[in-house]
Design a protein around this ligand. Structure first.
Ligand code: GLN
Length: 308
């Protein structure tokens, strides 16, 4: 086995060059704003427990966070419900696509917080009263994870809300089951805005590091989440974060992570670091192709596989 590299000195630029050679995958076309993404955007960032943040070329280019927001929505729901969110959502992997129109049989709960049904519910469980209040609460909560202010891409938010038919269907289904208490359209609006939050690879890496560091943001020093809740969130990322590719991901990368249709992946290596990769072309399960390759390399070369 080759020696494990030091994350503080690891050659991120070299890794970026290596993964850029990978040309497979298709950019998501669910909304015009994502369809127009630059297929050659590629950035990798690391955030370490001592607060060091390192980024490759393009690590400051903004993109919409999309489903990489889901661990953080779960975290905010845990915070704002005093842990009750754990009883309102399942935590089992589905083996199905992220937007499957399916709830837990018997309970009508969403199967887990990493699929759309779960994230529609967690976004509805945060404090705030109405769409604006909850969106503002989420904006502030995400900023605490990132250690800086974050904007929302209004065009992405609007398109997600208008074109997210499966999300509307899921929200109505949860209303019918009694598991979603807010209005279906309001739930989709809040979730759409959360997905439209703009981050860059460095900000997303810090968000991942905050979970990896037991809920304390290593850059600001702020405790954003109780340690037990951070453990809960990272556990569910490990089992459900890459949807129907979660088992394969755990074997080959071995770092709890969350994928998204913008091509972003956020990784939380417990007690070791947070990382983020952005590259829009996706495989058939909606995971960034270059993001997966970069994550495998990072895991191998930095010795990050949790069972390694
Ligand atoms: N906004 C997307 C949706 O709800 C997020 C999905 C994802 O990134 N996998 O359809």
């Amino acid at each position: 086995m080759s020696p494990v590299a030091d994350p503080a000195r690891y050659d991120l630029e070299g890794l970026r060059d290596r993964v850029l050679a990978e040309e497979a995958g298709e950019v998501d076309d669910s909304i015009p704003e994502l369809a127009g993404a630059d297929a050659d955007l590629c950035a990798i960032a690391l955030a370490l427990p001592d607060g060091t943040v390192r980024g490759s070329t393009q690590a400051d280019v903004p993109f919409s966070i999309q489903s990489a927001v889901k661990p953080f929505l779960f975290a905010l729901a845990l915070l704002d419900t005093g842990g009750d969110a754990l009883h309102r959502i399942g935590i089992e992997p589905t083996g199905e696509a992220f937007d499957a129109i399916k709830l837990e049989s018997g309970t009508g709960r969403p199967p887990n917080p990493m699929v759309n049904a779960g994230a529609l519910l967690t976004a509805a469980l945060v404090d705030g009263g109405d769409v604006e209040g909850r969106s503002e609460r989420i904006r502030r909560g995400l900023a605490a994870f990132a250690g800086r202010e974050l904007d929302v891409d209004e065009d992405v938010a609007r398109s997600e809300h208008l074109l997210g038919d499966r999300n509307h269907a899921l929200a109505h289904l949860m209303r019918a089951e009694g598991t979603l208490e807010v209005g279906a359209d309001d739930a989709v609006a809040v979730y759409a805005r959360a997905c439209a939050t703009l981050v860059d690879a460095e900000a997303l890496a810090v968000m991942g590091a905050t979970l990896a560091c037991g809920g304390v943001n290593p850059v600001t020093g702020e405790r954003v989440l109780p340690e037990r809740s951070a453990r809960d969130v990272v556990s569910v990322m490990a089992t459900c974060g890459v949807y129907d590719g979660s088992g394969r991901w755990m074997r080959s990368v071995g770092i709890p992570a969350k994928s998204s249709v913008s091509g972003a992946i956020v990784l939380s290596a417990p007690r070791t670091l947070g990382a983020a990769v952005i590259s829009p072309p996706l495989d058939e399960r909606g995971t960034s192709v270059r993001g997966r390759v970069a994550s495998e390399r990072l895991s191998d070369e930095l010795g990050l596989h949790v069972f390694g």
